[in-house]
Unconditional design. Structure first.
Ligand SMILES: C[S@@+](CC[C@H](N)C(=O)[O-])C[C@H]1O[C@@H](n2cnc3c(N)ncnc32)[C@H](O)[C@@H]1O
Length: 218
């Protein structure tokens, strides 16, 4: 299966939430999310614990995770359709029944499609750094989003954040580490066996060091 084997699923004017061949589309600027109900137990065919990666890019990291940890169900949320269908093609080619690619905004998916105390582990690997000060407001790791994550996480669930951008890493530590719903349990360089991705290799090849931060939901 090539990514292009998954056609664009609807025109903008006809957008709606849609589960199609194992991929979920969550449209933007849409008001009726709550009319669409999904059951993860039905989608995955079991009630294994759920891990989620937000901002998955082409899904290399999450496809490996789903392969080596089949005892978990994995959700990969990516806003760009072209990238999400690369995740979908990995799912098809590797036969990963425990991986659900979701095309949509992480914030929309978290708010409308996840119920409370559902998630066991959440990951955000190399979120867009928005390095200019005037753009920093666009960063995904901010209080409203991490509060959404806390609400849908089980007690003692973990949130792992990985970035090459030291300024963003410091902001993450301040926002998440300083939030009463999270406690910092690890702050180090990326472990060697963590798994790789396009952006991981890119930044390492440019000699950047990668910060790895793990938090536990209180
Ligand atoms: C720098 S890339 C990293 C991709 C991947 N995690 C990796 O390590 O290769 C950031 C990705 O986050 C996606 N993204 C940015 N904001 C998002 C949002 N609010 N919801 C979902 N995906 C988002 C972008 O489309 C992009 O693919």
């Amino acid at each position: 299966m090539r990514p292009a084997d998954l056609p664009i699923l609807f025109k903008w004017e006809e957008r709606k939430p849609l589960l199609h061949e194992g991929m979920l589309c969550v449209p933007r600027h849409y008001e009726n999310h709550d009319k669409f109900s999904i059951s993860f137990e039905e989608i995955f065919g079991n009630n294994h614990p759920i891990c989620i990666e937000f901002c998955s890019g082409n899904g290399e990291w999450v496809a490996r995770a789903a392969t080596i940890y089949p005892e978990f169900n994995w959700i990969a949320v990516e806003k760009q359709f072209k990238r999400t269908r690369k995740i979908w093609s990995k799912k098809q080619n590797l036969g990963l029944k425990n991986l659900l690619p979701v095309c949509g905004l992480a914030e929309d998916f978290c708010l409308h499609y996840l119920k409370s105390s559902l998630i066991e582990r959440a990951y955000v690997n190399f979120p867009d750094p928005w390095p200019k000060n005037s753009h920093a407001k666009n960063r995904i790791i901010q209080t409203p989003f991490i509060e959404m994550i806390a609400n849908v996480s089980k007690p003692k669930a973990t949130l792992t954040l990985v970035t090459d951008d030291q300024k963003y890493a410091n902001q993450m530590m301040k926002v998440v580490g300083g939030h009463p719903r999270f406690t910092s349990v690890e702050d180090s360089f990326l472990p060697e066996d963590y798994g790789s991705s396009y952006f991981n290799r890119l930044w390492l090849s440019l000699g950047k060091s990668i910060r790895y931060m793990k938090f536990e939901v209180v």
